[in-house]
Design a protein around this ligand. Structure first.
Ligand code: PLP
Length: 443
């Protein structure tokens, strides 16, 4: 309550803005994920690793636009590319040179030869699933229980347990995440637990017997919406083997991991190659973006016209010039070395605080992503997360950070995203604030 009062006092301009916004902007925000009680924090500007809200509060940004701004805010190289593009026109609905250069670079980084663009992660996962369905002639989609893959109906299923009973691990129920999703669509999406290849194979075999063999498995190679949950050794290899054996298309949703945890995302980091990959967020250097990459065999269904992979703004020239500048000049091998250095420092620093104060939890990180998971047990899937996570402590950490100039993604399940322009100073501030909170809690 003290931290909440403190935040309210510091964000009176946001409060006034909310009162104005709520008149014609539903809930005062542009997306339901931006809603916050009692009011959202309205941002004025960002530069490098910092942002300023409308009250003038200066904050190190560890939110980074839901993990999109790995380049940092207003990166000069991206700004110059956008400024140069603008007077030449920003939208034609026709391909440009930058589309080709970006596809060449993504093909190199992911080892997947064929690419298409979208405007968001949701569009990328929607199209990837459609391609998998066309390639296999099947309708059922398998996903990981608890994972988020965007806001289209097929994947707005079994993201949380709040809406019903889950059932046994190898036979989870499919649960709609929010209203407006047809039951017939929900029933076509089958959740299985993360880090459990055996349960996945059992379910594929059971569905096959029912005449409902899945077209695809869509998953994050490392889960990024329960903090960070890494794959156990051998898990991804087993998933690759099982999907291949049963003729199920494997989609790695790299909307969060791609360009954040390595130059070639989770595919490079873990050395397991999917049939299709989806990118978004960090790809566009701050502009709306998305991409689908795939093997020749699977993308031929796009090329021969079986699947309409379309969109007025796909390959928008402003986005593509930003993506090109970002890939060529910002997200370089040196940038990933710097991110690794920073992430090692923050993970070690946070773990030292956990150990010093004997907190129930642990620090975990990969690439530019990480978090402190406040849990009595190691989290390996949604069930262990739900059973052991101290959600109230996670909420408190968010408020405590915000009141001390550390801006984190709201929501208990979110992680930090570092940018290439973060410095040791930013990291040390984060660790110091965490230490202060731990000291107060254990005093
Ligand atoms: N896939 C994953 C793994 C995500 O984390 C998200 C968004 O958070 C999406 C897909 C959807 O992306 P977008 O919000 O750009 O539609």
């Amino acid at each position: 309550a003290r931290e909440e009062e403190r935040l309210n006092a510091r964000t009176q301009a946001s409060k006034a803005m909310y009162e104005r916004a709520a008149q014609h902007l539903s809930g005062g925000v542009a997306s339901s994920y931006q809603i916050r009680d009692p009011w959202p924090i309205y941002i004025e500007r960002g530069e490098g690793a910092k942002i300023w809200d409308v009250d003038g509060n200066e904050m190190w940004d560890f939110h980074n636009g839901f993990g999109s701004m790995v380049q940092g805010h207003a990166h000069p190289a991206i700004g110059e590319a956008i400024a140069k593009r603008y007077p030449m026109g920003t939208h034609f609905g026709c391909p440009t040179d930058d589309d080709i250069v970006v596809a060449d670079e993504l093909a190199k980084r992911w080892g997947l030869p064929k690419w298409r663009y979208t405007n968001s992660g949701s569009e990328a996962t929607m199209d990837a699933i459609r391609i998998a369905r066309a390639a296999t002639g099947r309708d059922t989609v398998m996903k990981i229980f608890g994972s988020y893959h965007g806001h289209h109906d097929t994947v707005m299923v079994s993201i949380g347990t709040s809406l019903g009973e889950t059932g046994p691990r190898d036979n989870y129920n499919s649960l709609a995440y929010g209203g407006g999703i047809p039951q017939a669509t929900v029933d076509m999406t089958i959740p299985v637990p993360f880090n459990d290849a055996e349960a996945m194979e059992k379910r594929i075999i059971a569905l096959d017997k029912e005449g409902r063999k899945p077209a695809c498995v869509i998953m994050e190679a490392a889960m990024m919406n329960l903090g960070v949950v890494l794959p156990e050794p051998g898990y991804l290899e087993a998933v690759r083997e099982i999907t291949k054996k049963h003729g199920v298309v494997l989609i790695f949703d790299e909307v969060k991991t791609g360009l954040c945890i390595a130059a070639g995302g989770a595919t490079e980091k873990f050395g397991v190659k999917p049939d299709l990959v989806t990118l978004a967020k960090a790809l566009g250097g701050g502009l709306p973006s998305g991409a689908i990459g795939g093997s020749e065999e699977i993308m031929k269904f796009v090329e021969d016209g079986t699947v309409y992979q379309v969109g007025t703004y796909n390959g928008n020239p402003l986005t593509m010039v930003a993506a090109r500048a970002s890939l060529e000049q910002v997200l370089t091998p040196e940038a990933y070395a710097h991110l690794t250095h920073l992430n090692d420092r923050i993970v070690k620093g946070c773990q030292a605080v956990v150990d010093k104060y004997d907190l129930a939890g642990y620090a975990v990180g990969i690439g530019s992503k990480g978090c402190v998971t406040f849990s009595t047990e190691k989290v390996v899937d949604y069930e262990t997360y739900k059973a052991n996570q101290d959600g109230e402590l996670a909420d408190l950490a968010w408020l405590y950070n915000l009141n001390r100039g550390i801006f984190m993604t709201p929501g208990r399940e979110e992680e930090w995203t570092l940018s290439v322009v973060h410095t040791d100073e930013a990291i040390d501030r984060y660790i110091t604030v965490f230490d202060e909170m731990a000291q107060e809690l254990t005093a």
